[in-house]
Design a protein around this ligand. Structure first.
Ligand code: HEM
Length: 131
C-alpha cells in the first residue's frame, strides 16, 4: 500500500491502530488511537512507541524489536497479548494488542491494533462482587 492509502485506512479504521518502523518510531496513529491515549497524532508520530507504555516495557522495547529483527523469533507478532498502555496524563490501562508485520515500499513496518480492556475489567470486577 502507498503512504496515502495507508493514511486513508488509518483515518477511517474504527480501531485504535498505529504503525512503527524497524526502529520503533511511530509512523502513523489512527483517530481512535488518539482518543485512547489522549495524544494528538503530531505528538506521537516521529517518536518511539515506548512513550505509550509503562517504564518496565519502555526501557526494554528497543531490545525486543532488535531481538526479533536479529532472530526472527516471534513472541507477540501474530498473538493477542494483554499489555499495559500509558496515556498522556500518565494513567495506565490494560489493553489487548495485536501486532502484524508488513512490507511498505521496501521497508518493514509493524502494525499494532489495540483494544481497551478497562470496561471489560470493571464489569468483571462488578460481577465478582455480586457472587
Ligand atoms: C515486542 C510490549 C506496543 C511492536 C514486545 C514485547 C513486549 C512488548 C513485552 C516482547 C515480547 C516477548 O518477548 O515476550 C509492548 C507494550 C506496548 C507495545 C507494553 C504498549 C503500548 C507495541 C506496538 C507495536 C509493537 C504498538 C507495533 C506497532 C512490537 C514488535 C515486537 C514487540 C515488532 C517484537 C516481535 C515479537 O516479540 O513478536 N512488545 N509493546 N509493540 N513489540 Fe511491543
Amino acid at each position: 500500500a502507498s503512504e496515502a492509502q495507508l493514511r486513508a485506512i488509518l483515518d477511517t479504521v474504527p480501531d485504535a491502530m498505529m504503525t512503527i518502523n524497524e526502529n520503533g518510531i511511530v509512523q502513523s496513529f489512527s483517530n481512535a488511537a488518539q482518543n485512547l491515549f489522549g495524544y494528538k497524532k503530531d505528538e506521537v508520530i516521529g517518536k518511539n512507541v515506548s512513550m505509550l507504555m509503562d517504564d518496565h516495557d519502555a526501557q526494554r522495547h528497543d531490545e525486543y524489536l532488535k531481538r526479533y529483527l536479529e532472530t526472527g523469533q516471534r513472541h507477540i507478532i501474530g498473538n493477542m497479548r494483554c499489555v499495559t498502555g500509558k496515556r498522556k496524563d500518565g494513567t495506565l490501562f490494560p489493553h489487548e494488542l495485536y501486532i502484524g508485520e508488513a512490507v511498505s515500499q521496501g521497508s518493514r513496518i509493524f502494525t499494532g491494533f489495540l483494544r481497551d480492556l478497562t470496561a471489560r475489567r470493571e464489569a468483571e470486577a462488578k460481577l465478582q462482587e455480586l457472587q
